[in-house]
Unconditional design. Structure first.
Lengths: 507, 390
């Protein structure tokens, strides 16, 4: 029996075609995985199945009945449940209270806590999900919180369970535990949709695997008939139309030096383990890797948002210890952040205000602490022309620009600052080809000027096209150093997925 | 439901900029209407009540206008100062409710330097300058404590400002005023001694109590606007306030020294509130009395809310609240308790708290009015909305 069937699902967003005519069906009692790069359309597809988005066209069948889902409530009624990447739990409530919330057992108008606890106990025994119903959620580790989420949807009678990148927040041990749970659920006849971009996990757990790339279904393979290499190829081995200009420059003196850097992430776990490397002037060093393998921790430590646990960062000869972003900025670092809405721009500010942020206290934008508007307007107008930012209106709020133009504002701002080191963290994230080319050209221009560039990227084509040296980051460690001439996409892809190590001269 | 929430969250801020002005006006009008229903339901005449209240508020010309006007401006200058204090902090993303304590600190410092011996014989201009410098430093430091604790120890400013309020209250009332600063018993004065003549704010309208406090507060309002919109410090303060939900990451990443700015913002906020505190001593009471009726700091929050945290708005809102308070006693002639204007004030704040809803409803009203001819516009708006929501 088919548990879920999608026929020709297409989702068109204003600027992107997120899902393009996707058709597949899932058998009852199957673990079905969907893999793909970031932005391949996995999450959009799942949100459609869960009723959070309505598809532009296409049909959904649940248990061989055509359905029309308008909200998650509809999905729950149809026995479709979803475990979100970010848990929707109330920290101050107990496990039992969280699970029954919205459908509480009651005696008359009074909430029957004891019955809730009893129910949860039975449920957790039935599925082998060990939780203590009277524990406060705030005190639980993330793995257990996830179990609470799973119990929550099971209690609502979910037959089809969607897991959106469930392992992204888990430790390896917790991941193993989750897999045991998934298999137990499968035994009980539940159907599981597992979303991930980690191939190793997908190969461990799935029965069948669907590969998405740029919103299109690349194919569905049985686990037994494939391997990680083939999947990696389907997932990332694309022909790139984009041409990246080359520039041969001689690397100059060391600008940035990172020594044995260890950084904890926001959960207190070690995210980056003893990483060392140098960046020289006139050189682009790329950090390749699948997202969540230590890039965020590295960036945060470099920019000064997190203090490293161990290790040393030296920028232009001064050691960065106990620094804040403010100190780092005064040492000649330009920074293109990966999350432009959060870290790059003040969205309610006008373009002209955003484009001078960071230089606002310098002449000619201000004199003696008083803002000089004519100079700012002149500068902003010039930069809008130079970087082709549309609309050509310096008074538009940054939040009303399209993603590509927002990125251009940031690039314009950062490159016009006085700097000799550029940290470009996923500078083309979410950009279309035109805007990507724009960013690439400017990075190469910077390189020609003798600026030291550290590029952090998830895109292999970008890494291979731009970098002089490539460092591969996997689970917080540099697992290999290579150059574009020595390697190819396949090899890099394997290294990024932790399947191959290259013991090069990792400085 | 989802669409309603989306509409509220993203609004159409830029397109309908005039809402910033219209929304407070709608709130005030709604409050007056609801207030009228209250009066009417008790069998009294709302028209008479409002006539009396606004007649004596000093906001509109009428009998004894000169006196009412002077009293209104006297009261307003204090509400404006605490309102500005809240607004400055709010612009920087800080929810400071410490204006009450800072106001008291300003008052006691003004009282001390007003009577203390070494300063007593200075010429008025010098004496007042000394007093205001000390008031600004003391109030500013009182505010900066909260900022410093937030930066160094991560304690939320709401907690620290509340605690500092109580510390100021009891430090002054139970120790300074009854202890070291107590007037000589032989003079028969309770509370602190009276300030000398040279410390009194000069009267600018003869026959009334109106003094230069209103001129000072006009200057302070202008300086606040100048600080927020014309200086680099204000630029950074606003950038921090706008990105509060993102932990101020964008300005920090761009090189704004957020830690220092938080302390500075709290200093400025505290100083402005303290200036208001000095007005009540130097212009109205001339000593720090044993029992001090406060509340100006908390009313300042209401003033800032009505004024939408914009300096000019705060100024106008301060005049409104000052006027309502001045007109309060007059409503008793209509057999309505003099606390009635406080109900109006509360209602205004309640409607302001609903401003996102009011905004949404007004926008909906406007858009339904001009929907048909503008299909193209709707299309572009939908795309804009799409990018904003991503």
């Amino acid at each position: 029996m088919k548990a879920l069937e999608l026929k020709g699902i297409t989702k068109q967003f204003p600027n992107v075609l997120a899902n393009d005519n996707i058709t597949f069906s899932i058998e009852k009692g199957e673990i079905f995985s969907i893999v793909g790069e970031n932005g391949a359309g996995k999450s959009t597809l799942m949100k459609i199945v869960y009723g959070l988005y309505t598809p532009t066209s296409g049909e959904i069948y649940v248990f061989e009945k055509k359905v029309d889902m308008k909200s998650p409530q509809d999905a729950i009624k149809l026995k479709v449940g979803m475990v979100h990447q970010e848990f929707m739990l109330i920290p101050r409530f107990t496990v039992a209270e969280n699970i029954v919330l919205g459908d509480e057992p009651h005696r008359g108008p009074i909430f029957d806590f004891r019955r809730a606890v009893r129910e949860i106990k039975e449920l957790s025994e039935k599925y082998g999900l060990k939780v203590n119903p009277t524990d406060k959620v705030a005190n639980l580790p993330v793995g257990t919180q996830q179990k609470v989420e799973i119990l929550k949807i099971l209690r609502r009678g979910a037959e089809i369970l969607i897991f959106d990148e469930p392992t992204a927040v888990l430790t390896p041990e917790e991941t193993e535990d989750l897999f045991k749970t998934l298999l137990a659920l499968k035994e009980r006849g539940k159907t599981i949709l597992f979303i991930s971009h980690k191939l190793k996990e997908v190969m461990t757990i799935s029965d069948r695997i669907a590969v998405l790339r740029r919103g299109k279904l690349q194919g569905i393979v049985k686990k037994d008939e494939t391997n990680e290499k083939e999947l990696a190829h389907m997932m990332i081995g694309r022909n790139v139309v984009l041409e990246i200009p080359k520039a041969d420059t001689k690397p100059g003196p060391t600008v940035l030096s990172v020594e044995n850097l260890t950084v904890r992430n926001h959960r207190g776990l070690i995210g980056l383990k003893g990483v060392s490397f140098d960046v020289h002037s006139g050189e682009i060093v790329a950090i390749a890797g699948v997202e969540g393998n230590g890039q965020t921790e590295l960036v945060n430590a470099l920019v000064g948002f997190t203090r490293p646990t161990r290790g040393e960062i030296t920028l232009n000869g001064s050691t960065m210890k106990m620094v804040t972003p403010y100190n780092v900025r005064t040492k000649g670092m330009a920074y293109i952040p990966e999350d432009r809405k959060r870290r790059g721009l003040v969205l309610p500010f006008k373009v002209k205000e955003n484009i001078i942020m960071g230089q606002h206290s310098l002449y000619p934008f201000s004199k003696n602490g008083i803002v000089n508007d004519p100079a700012i307007d002149k500068f902003a107008t010039k930069k809008l022309d130079e970087f082709d930012i549309r609309p050509r209106n310096i008074y538009v709020k940054a939040g009303n620009l399209s993603g590509g133009n927002q990125q251009k504002v940031i690039v314009a701002r950062e490159l016009s600052m006085n700097h000799n080191f550029l940290l470009a963290s996923q500078p083309t994230r979410g950009l279309d080809i035109g805007a990507m080319e724009f960013v690439y050209n400017h990075l190469v221009e910077e390189k020609k000027k003798g600026i030291a560039i550290l590029l952090i990227s998830l895109e292999l084509s970008e890494v291979l096209g731009l970098a002089d040296r490539i460092l591969v980051l996997y689970e917080g460690e540099i697992v290999g150093e290579t150059t574009p001439a020595e390697t190819n996409e396949q090899e890099l892809g394997l290294m990024m997925l932790g399947l191959k190590r290259k013991e090069g001269a990792v400085k | 439901m989802k669409n309603i929430i989306k509409g509220i969250m993203y609004g159409h801020r830029e397109k309908y900029w005039w809402l910033t002005i219209v929304v407070p006006l709608v709130s005030i009008l709604s409050a007056l209407v609801v207030g009228a229903v209250f009066i009417w339901s008790t069998g009294r005449s709302p028209v008479t009540a409002y006539k009396l209240m606004f007649g004596a508020s000093g906001l509109f010309p009428g009998p004894y206008w000169k006196t009412h006007f002077a009293e209104m401006l006297l009261a307003s200058s204090m509400y404006i100062s605490t309102g500005l204090a809240f607004a400055i902090a709010a612009k920087g993303g800080l929810f400071s409710i410490g204006a009450e304590g800072q106001f008291l600190v300003g008052a006691i410092v003004a009282a001390y330097f007003g009577y203390a011996k070494p300063f007593a014989n200075l010429p008025t201009v010098v004496h007042l300058t000394v007093i205001f410098v000390m008031v600004i430093i003391a109030g500013g430091l009182w505010g900066a404590i909260a900022g410093w604790l937030k930066v160094k120890k991560g304690i939320h400013e709401v907690i620290t400002t509340i605690m500092l309020n109580w510390i100021a209250t009891y430090l002054i009332a139970d120790w300074l005023v009854t202890g070291p600063m107590k007037a000589n018993v032989a003079t028969g004065v309770s509370g602190t001694p009276y300030i000398t003549k040279t410390a009194k704010l000069p009267i600018i309208l003869s026959g009334t109590r109106l003094n230069i406090s209103i001129i000072i507060i006009i200057v302070v309002t202008y300086l606040t606007w100048f600080l927020l919109y014309r200086t680099t410090v204000g630029f950074e303060i606003r950038a921090m306030g706008y990105t509060l939900i993102y932990n101020m990451e964008a300005p920090k990443a761009a090189g704004v020294n957020a830690d220092i700015r938080v302390v500075q913002t709290m200093f400025i906020s505290g100083a402005v509130a303290a200036i208001g505190g000095s007005f009540i001593i130097l212009g109205i009471l001339f000593q720090y009395p044993p029992v001090f009726e406060g509340g100006y700091g908390f009313d300042g929050i209401a003033v800032a809310l009505i004024g939408q945290n914009e300096p000019l708005g705060v100024f106008l809102a301060g005049m409104l609240i000052g006027g309502l308070r001045t007109g309060a006693t007059a409503v008793q002639l209509a057999h309505i308790p003099k606390t009635f204007p406080s109900i109006i004030e509360g209602l205004i704040v309640a409607f302001i708290a609903l401003q996102e809803l009011v905004r949404y409803l007004i926008v909906k009203l406007v858009e339904s009015g001009k929907k048909k001819p503008a299909d193209k516009n709707n299309l572009t708006k939908a795309t804009n909305g799409g990018t904003a929501n991503e």
